[in-house]
Design a protein around this ligand. Sequence first.
Ligand code: SF4
Length: 297
Amino acid sequence: MNIDGLHLLLTYQCNFKCDHCFVWGGPDQYGTMTLGTIREILKQAQDMGTVEWIYFEGGEPFLYYAMLQRGVEIAARAGFKVGIVSNAYWATETEDALACLEPLKGRVQDLSISSDAYHWNQADDRRTRVATEAAQDLGIPLGVISVAPPEATHVACSHGQIAPGESAVVFRGRAAQTLTARADKHPWEQFTECPFEDLREPGRVHLDPLGYVHICQGITLGNLLQRPLSELFDSYDPANHPVTGPLLDGGPAELLRRYDLPCHGNYCDACHLCDTARRALRSRFPGVLGPDQMYGE
Ligand code: SF4
């Protein structure tokens, strides 16, 4: 596996509780990465020899600013390119935004700001403008990412990491519970592939505060606090993994067939069916389909 990006979920907590959130971020969520875990991840990343990018995201990573700042500093010193994904709640005024971003200057190569109607009223996205201006002043590259409402069928989905600009909503995480009533649905048999993640040769994975390594949010390859990343990736056998194996064979529809799940019906997209099937399988594969945070439990 040629992993070039590790995305650290610094915390499951967030000041928002957005309907479209892949990781069920929210004020009541539990789990924040310690500095010790960040150091351990960066050491393991260096041992791998393929990792170029370290992203800090969440939840909302600026909620744990000291850990974010120190983590960015250690990652940059170790020679990694560094990215951050944030909702820019901290950009109340230019002076305040500059105070938050100044310590990150010269160390961050990509600051992605989430700005859409799920976070802020789109007519009042002042914080995005303030953060953008402050980042420009400091020479920090910034992109704005935005997820369209579920009714917007003309907007394309992002493959893998959400790209700058507007993307369609994907019905995984909280969206699979909260937004499906607003979108068209299609028979389950149609969802014969995973359209959004490269499950065979992933270029990046998400690492959560508990140490779980996610190939897609809620599907784990193991725990880096129990087995180093290099070993987890070396031993990953996509075709024989209990969840990615069926997904590669025939998408989420194959999960229903392989495990004889009674979830036949209509779904908004492949992720909606995948999420439903995985929930039904959690008790059978507790070490793979977790942790509870990723399922809003
Ligand atoms: S189909 Fe499943 S594995 Fe693929 S992106 Fe959607 S939720 Fe993830």
